[in-house]
Design a protein around this ligand. Structure first.
Ligand code: C5P
Length: 220
């Protein structure tokens, strides 16, 4: 069974997806981490995200391995490095490249093949797994999302003002929603959950109940 969770940055997708997968005994796939890996590989090789032929050559030799708690780039553990703010910025530009998207979509389908999986991103229910049995779109109030992001950054020891986090988020949201390929939007058959004012545990419980009902053959 494939469960997709899409939504904007800071809606709590990663925490919720990981915990939902754990409760269901499913695997978890963070597709944002895959875009971040390509961005890191490009940065290290000095390839600009606008350099289409450079990026497509890079994709041929980039080997991304998604383990349950680690992300490996050509065998090297880059789990922490891909969270750096400059990679966040770069991954956005890399995600606009159609070849990168095609390559990662293929990889995501390969990874999910024959598995029970909770996969999170921006386009999982719309583009990559339109046939997924259970689709969620997780959102939250912009100020709430920025607050969570800011707290995360603080916890990682990265200093950034709340206003800067909110401003960057606004730019990122606009870009994700308006891009020509794979714009962020809920799939027609997605269940939209607004996590504003809910704990991660409450969100996961709501999702778990829906997935279990579908597993048992019931409707939404
Ligand atoms: O979710 P996260 O912030 O890690 O995603 C990194 C970047 O990858 C974001 O800019 C996002 O737009 C992009 N992305 C995407 N499609 C996905 C997952 C992430 O375009 N399925």
């Amino acid at each position: 069974m494939i469960v997709t969770i899409d939504g904007p940055a800071g809606a709590g997708k990663s925490t919720v997806a990981r915990e939902l997968a754990r409760r269901l005994g499913f695997d978890h796939l963070d597709t944002g981490a895959m875009y971040r890996c390509v961005a890191l590989a490009a940065m290290r090789r000095g390839i600009s995200p606008e350099d289409r032929s450079g990026l497509s050559r890079l994709l041929e030799e980039t080997e991304i391995l998604m383990e349950s708690d680690r992300v490996l780039l050509k065998g090297e553990d880059v789990t922490r490095e891909i969270r750096a703010p400059e990679i966040t910025t770069l991954s956005r530009a890399v995600a606009d490249n159609p070849q990168v998207r095609q390559h990662l979509n293929r990889l995501q389908r390969q990874i999910a093949q024959g598995r029970n999986i909770v996969t999170e991103g921006r386009d999982q229910g719309t583009i990559v797994f339109p046939e997924a049995e259970c689709k969620f779109f997780l959102t939250a109030d912009p100020a709430e999302r920025a607050r969570r992001r800011w707290l995360d950054l603080q916890a990682q020891g990265r200093r950034m003002s709340f206003d800067d986090v909110l401003r960057e988020q606004r730019e990122r949201d606009a870009r994700d929603a308006s891009r020509a390929i794979a714009p962020l939007r809920p799939a027609d058959d997605a269940i939209v959950i607004d996590s504003t004012g809910l704990t991660a545990d409450q969100v996961v419980s709501r999702m778990e109940e829906i997935v279990r009902r579908r597993q048992a053959g019931g409707g939404a």
